[in-house]
Design a protein around this ligand. Structure first.
Ligand code: HEC
Ligand code: HEC
Length: 455
């Protein structure tokens, strides 16, 4: 995830509002004094409270991250200020001194309205917080390494970030991984420092033995995870540990996660990785895209410096056939993930990324293992009956809807592992990615999932 930031514009507006609250209070005090108005105690009380509230709210704004700042600002703060302006208007009106409001106040009112409208316009809409990928990098041409790594960043995080939402691109990596020092979600390695790590990993014993022995058949689907023969020739370990470089490790992590399972992050005693092979559905990156992702991973910890990148640029890549050319990114891909409900259910579920974590009967390739197998026809009623269930659902559909919108409402216990599934791993942002219609369709489908006959 990109570092959470404060929204500079909104923090600034909050400070201005706090000053404004105090200014209004001062103005009322002055008017009451000069004119000896009746009921001045009441007025002073009202505006005193406003001044304190706006001050406290401004302090509160600084304890929030960007997304919460926005919703707090528009959901609460703005209304308080509108109320304050209203009360101030009433104050002038009821005391017949509206002609007295100083010009600076009228100017201020105008200015606040304009900046709020402006801020609303730029922040309310899905906002672009990072530069789009350089357009010329979208087609094979003379791409610099910086541009290539930037392409990788866009594949991972998407070109556009919506304030307060996890930014997730085509590669879907941030669904599972974190990227900043100290930011650990628990189930998947933090990718900070992976460039450095890659050089140590290749010296480990498990790289000394050739050929690889890993490759198990997934009983449910018959898919062999990470079988060496499934790795395209050019990605196989060639010459034993002596000739491996860091890039080989990173590439293998992406192409064949099960070939090297990071200790403590795998299944079945770390012999199987829950990470999807990224050149296969649902992620399906092309060869050039894989290289761009590696270029990003190799250079991200040293901003502005790409000396540690070893992948070839697209134009220097001998194995790059026309088919692997990066397509011009369409407008569609630039937009944040959103499903309208007109898509077929399989496409919807793939777009949202559910298969990365869940095995879902009836959805091809949905073999994820980080979350519970979705057999909700049977599971949901069981969960609701659980004495530990604290959610609000009373039937299967409600339970499924709650699980999608508020995964934390009930954390499923993993009987196989003898512990709860990780709370907080399932994203809480699906509500923003679904239209009402799409949510209904998804709930309908997931509510009907059950173990396939004969298993
Ligand atoms: C469904 C969750 C999931 C997704 C999506 C995912 N990964 Fe992973 N990844 C894991 C897990 C779990 C591991 C640790 C087990 C292993 O070694 O395979 C891992 C391991 C890795 C490693 C090795 C880390 C290390 O410390 O050595 C790299 C590199 C990596 N992933 C990169 C990526 C990239 C890049 C993407 C996106 C294109 C991605 N992953 C998408 C779950 C995921
Ligand atoms: C990054 C991994 C991840 C992704 C992506 C994800 N989930 Fe989950 N999901 C989990 C985990 C972990 C749990 C169990 C912990 C919990 O209950 O919160 C869970 C729980 C659930 C449950 C409750 C299951 C039960 O048997 O009680 C449902 C339903 C569910 N997810 C549906 C979805 C749907 C639909 C999507 C896609 C829109 C999705 N999930 C995407 C990780 C994920």
């Amino acid at each position: 995830m990109l570092p959470e930031q404060h929204d500079i514009l909104f923090s600034f507006l909050a400070i201005v509002f706090a000053v404004f609250g105090i200014f209004v209070f001062g103005n009322v005090v002055q008017n009451c004094r000069e004119r000896k108005l009746s009921g001045s105690k009441l007025w002073l009380g009202i505006f005193g409270v406003f001044a304190i509230v706006s001050f406290v709210m401004t302090v509160h704004m600084f304890s929030l991250n960007q997304g919460d700042q926005l919703s707090f600002f528009f959901g609460i703060y703005l209304w308080v200020i509108i109320l304050l302006l209203l009360a101030w208007g009433v104050f002038f009106k009821s005391n017949n001194i509206e002609g007295q409001s100083p010009p600076i106040v009228r100017g201020f009112f105008f200015w606040t309205t304009v900046s709020v409208l402006l801020a609303g316009y730029t922040n309310w809409l899905p906002q672009q917080r990072s530069d789009p990928p350089p357009k010329e990098a979208a087609v094979i041409g003379d791409v610099t390494m910086e541009e290539f790594a930037e392409m990788g960043r866009v594949i991972i995080f998407g070109a556009k970030q919506v304030a307060g939402q996890k930014s997730i691109g085509k590669g879907q990596c941030p669904l599972c991984h974190t990227f900043d020092p100290g930011d650990n979600m628990g189930r998947c390695p933090n990718l900070f420092g992976v460039e450095k790590r890659s050089h140590d990993r290749i010296k480990e014993d498990r790289y000394a033995n050739l050929p690889m022995k890993i490759g198990e058949t997934e009983p449910a689907a018959g898919i062999v995870k990470g079988m060496p023969s499934e790795i395209p020739e050019e990605y196989r370990r060639q010459n034993g540990p002596d000739e491996l470089i860091g890039e080989d490790y990173i590439r293998e992590s992406l192409m064949c996660p099960t070939c090297y399972v990071v200790k403590g992050f795998g299944k079945a005693g770390d012999t199987k990785s829950p990470m999807p092979v990224i050149v296969k559905p649902p992620i399906s990156l092309s060869r050039v895209e894989v290289n761009a992702v590696i270029a990003y991973l190799q250079s991200k910890d040293t901003p502005g410096e790409s000396a540690s990148v070893t992948v070839p640029l697209p134009q220097d890549d001998a194995g790059n056939t026309g088919g692997a050319v990066v397509e011009e990114s369409s407008d569609d891909e630039d937009r944040p993930v959103f499903v309208t409900g007109t898509e077929d259910i399989q496409a919807m579920i793939n777009t949202l990324g559910c298969p990365l974590c869940h095995t879902i009967p009836g959805v091809e390739g949905a073999m994820g293992e980080l979350g519970p197998v979705l057999h909700e026809k049977i599971n949901a009623p069981k969960r609701i009956k659980d004495p530990n269930y604290k959610g609000k659902a009373t039937n299967t559909r409600e339970y499924v809807r709650e699980s999608i919108l508020k995964p934390g409402a009930y954390v499923v216990f993993n009987e196989e592992a003898g512990e709860s599934f990780p709370d907080g791993l399932m994203p809480t942002t699906f509500g923003q990615m679904l239209s009402v219609e799409a949510l209904e369709k998804l709930v309908d489908f997931i509510s009907q999932t059950e173990a396939p006959a004969g298993s």
